[in-house]
Design a protein around this ligand. Structure first.
Ligand code: PAF
Length: 276
């Protein structure tokens, strides 16, 4: 991969990179389409990264379908698929990790304390292999995107991070490879996530300034469905990821939510701007 990228760079080609864990869906397709718009060459990686899963999480059952993924990538005209093995990435002698200290501890980090360390480490390794000019991530994992931006900034990495808006199913459910875990009943319950986020958006547009009030209303909505167990609702400044004490005009906020439905953990978010 490094040799391919060196050659492309010699030819003055701009390389766009979409890192994925495979089982591609429309959310990935929008990232690929962005890369194709802004770069000359698009590289997609597929690697289900063991270091970002805790021992009690779903690494083993994470959905995989490499044949279907390859077909999709071919149809989309993606230039290169980077498909390393676990041994390529993490040989027996491996011992170096990259951590964005503070941002990795909060919000998702409170529930998944080792997750972001695994993400930043693999993203570093992938960047060193692919040597992209641009790397495209989804807003679905908003905190992940913020952490990667922080890492790139802190380590003066020579790559532009692009964050693309969320893609949703027609019923509002955020696209995720993990949606296949949901039974029909669970899937119905999952729709409430987006409804609750839209409620939050409406409050913000209607000039509600108290984040606690908004979170309370969302909790009431979610508590009506017995399948939903709430991990958190947070309203944070979209630039800093600090929790908002007040919703202030001129700022942009993420309303972030994480729930468990059956054995599946889902996250979702919405970007909100106070109305004028
Ligand atoms: O967002 C993902 O799919 C993963 O966290 C990533 C960025 C591919 C790293 O494994």
């Amino acid at each position: 991969m490094q040799q391919v990228s060196d050659q492309l760079r010699l030819e003055a080609k701009k390389i766009g990179f979409v890192p994925t864990m495979g089982f591609l869906h429309k959310g990935h397709l929008s990232l690929i389409s962005k890369s194709k718009n802004i770069a000359d060459i698009t590289v997609v990686s597929i690697f289900v990264n063991p270091t970002q899963f805790a021992p009690n999480e779903d690494f083993n059952r994470y959905p995989r379908d490499i044949d279907s993924d390859k077909k999709i990538l071919e149809e989309l005209g993606v230039d290169y698929l980077f498909l390393p093995s676990a041994d390529d990435i993490y040989p027996f002698s491996f011992q170096t990790f990259v951590t964005v200290e503070e941002l990795s501890k909060i919000i998702e980090g409170e529930y998944r304390p080792t997750h972001f360390k695994g993400v930043t480490t693999i993203v570093n390794i992938l960047f060193n292999c692919v040597k992209p000019h641009f790397a495209i991530f989804g807003q679905k994992d908003a905190q992940q995107a913020a952490i990667i931006k922080q890492m790139v900034n802190d380590l003066k990495m020579d790559v532009v991070i692009v964050v693309e808006p969320m893609v949703r199913e027609s019923d509002g459910l955020a696209m995720s490879s993990r949606n296949v875990y949901l039974s029909e009943e669970e899937r119905n319950s999952a729709r409430l996530l987006y409804s609750s986020l839209l409620t939050a958006e409406k409050f913000v547009q209607d000039k509600e300034i108290d984040p606690e009030r908004i979170k309370r209303e969302m909790k009431v909505m979610l508590s009506e469905d017995k399948n939903i167990r709430l991990d958190y609702i947070k309203i944070v400044n979209a630039d800093t990821f600090n929790e908002a004490l007040f919703i202030e005009e001129g700022n942009v906020y993420y309303v972030l939510i994480a729930v468990r439905i059956g054995k599946t953990r889902l996250i979702d978010n919405i970007l909100v701007r106070p109305g004028r």
